[in-house]
Design a protein around this ligand. Sequence first.
Ligand SMILES: [Zn+2]
Length: 178
Amino acid sequence: MNQGSNQGTIEYLAKKLSKELQECNDEVPVGSMICEPICDHTSKKNPSSAQYRILSLCRSLPKKEKDPTSHSEINSIRVACKKKGSERLPNCIMISSLEPCLMCSGAIILARLKQVYYFASAEKAPGLRWILEKASPPLSSENKRLQFNHYPELFLLENEKDSYRLLLQSFFQQKRIC
Ligand SMILES: [Zn+2]
């Protein structure tokens, strides 16, 4: 992790994740962090000032690790669960550069993450948004089989959207030149 505080508002932490991803390697720049709330009374009155502490910050490393499941969301859940000594992270939030894929959405639901914030939507394949649309209550009778025991809240972070898209574009442009 680079310098700078490892705690702050969601807006601050999202910027921090964005900066971490500027450091290029061979992998598509995708990163996630898990953060836990820091109790403070002022944040109850003003939710956007709520403070969080980073438990984990991981990138997707499928090439390096020769592992198709090495997505930043899975990696960051693993590190945070170890740190907390629990298989569940019920009060924690995830900030992820990309909307979680189907595999990671399953892990997010199993970990009971409270909220997920992301910079860019999954455009080609269905992701967490699609799952929540399909399976969120209230369910129609024909959809009753699709039900989870936990529903994370999902938020798009508009502020980071454009700079992240540019980063992805330049990564793939670079790939084409090489
Ligand atoms: Zn994934």
